[in-house]
Design a binder for this molecule. Structure first.
Ligand SMILES: Nc1ncnc2c1ncn2[C@@H]1O[C@H](COP(=O)(O)OP(=O)(O)OP(=O)(O)O)[C@@H](O)[C@H]1O
Length: 305
């Protein structure tokens, strides 16, 4: 699964709009979704190979335009849920790229909340105006409009998404249990994908992505062993791994500065394994501190890797 997630995070793959036939909800894995999406031949909606058939089964992906013609309902919304820093927002943005959609509208759930009753509902309805206009004007040829709702748990109701055929909602949350069931039913945000912290292979891939520029600029010392770093960062989120690389670089800059080379800091910096080991200590002690906080919602359930 992590190979696929990291691929998504790197923005690989071309995309077309898609929808699912039927309304058999349930949790779907990212792996299934991406595999199906990436394998699908655009002009042959129901795949012919046995491998694809078994992947897609009744959840066959159809192109958006074709579904429109056949009067089928495409999936209106997807929920990405999981602990902080598991890459939900990053993946949401990359799904938009994969689907070749317009630049998504990004809405921060708590910003929609308003003390005056009815105002937030109005605000949410207004988010669909552009999609509505497009659909009235272009019908099946309308662009796909994507709205990303960050922290969807603070939103009680989304009116308007079911009637439009050119809308796709990607919602994210750390607290799925707080979301109103009605929002998650078929026809609304019906695909639910759980994101977890990366395993060792996933951590290695994230490290590789985040050190690529350093490597190309010869800033990374030869003694840096990414495999070992991945092994030592068990239990870290994707965001912790990304921040680890920044910290290691900061340690290297500070050390270079201490040697009196401040003027040439960028040029002379070498990030070594030692800098990474210091950074790992920082990250680990922060992990330890936060695991002692009683209110952490996922305390007790160690990151699944
Ligand atoms: N799978 C991943 N691949 C590469 N980078 C990742 C991955 N997951 C997280 N990151 C890094 O962590 C950063 C933060 O991730 P993101 O904001 O998407 O997490 P999140 O799950 O939405 O967090 P939160 O719930 O706290 O908002 C990303 O910008 C990226 O640098």
């Amino acid at each position: 699964m992590w190979v696929l997630l990291v691929r998504v995070c790197c923005g690989c793959g071309g995309g077309e709009r898609w929808c699912r036939q039927g309304s058999d909800g349930g949790d779907l894995r990212m792996e299934w979704m991406m595999k199906a999406h990436l394998c699908r031949a655009p002009s042959v909606p129901s795949s012919s190979s046995a491998h694809q058939r078994s992947d897609l089964s009744s959840k066959t992906l159809w192109t958006f335009g074709r579904a429109y013609m056949l009067n089928l309902k495409h999936v209106r919304g997807m929920l990405l849920y999981g602990p902080p820093g598991s890459g939900k927002t990053l993946i949401a943005r990359n799904i938009c790229k994969l689907l070749n959609a317009k630049e998504p509208l990004i809405i921060h759930g708590p910003d929609v909340l308003n003390a005056f009753q009815g105002v937030s509902e109005r605000k949410i309805r207004s988010l669909f105006e552009a999609a509505n206009e497009d659909e009235n004007r272009y019908g099946a040829k309308s662009d796909l409009h994507i709205i990303i709702f960050d922290e969807i748990d603070s939103i009680a109701k989304i009116d308007g998404m079911e009637v439009l055929n050119n809308i796709f909602i990607i919602a994210t949350t750390n607290r799925k249990e707080l979301i109103d069931e009605a929002l998650l039913r078929e026809g609304r945000i019906e695909l639910h994908i759980k994101l977890e912290y990366p395993d060792e292979r996933g951590r290695l891939q994230i490290l590789d992505i985040n050190t690529r520029n350093m490597r190309q600029a010869f800033v990374l010392d030869e003694d840096v062993n990414l495999q070992e770093i991945a092994c030592r960062t068990d239990g870290c989120s994707g965001s912790a791994i990304a921040s680890l690389v920044t910290r290691a670089h900061s340690y290297a800059v500070v050390q270079t500065g201490e040697r009196g080379l401040v003027k040439h800091v960028q040029k002379d910096v070498k990030v070594t394994m030692n800098h990474f080991l210091h950074a790992i200590e920082d990250i680990k002690s922060r992990l330890h501190e936060s695991s002692l906080e009683p209110h952490r919602f996922y305390s007790g359930s160690a990151p699944v890797i």
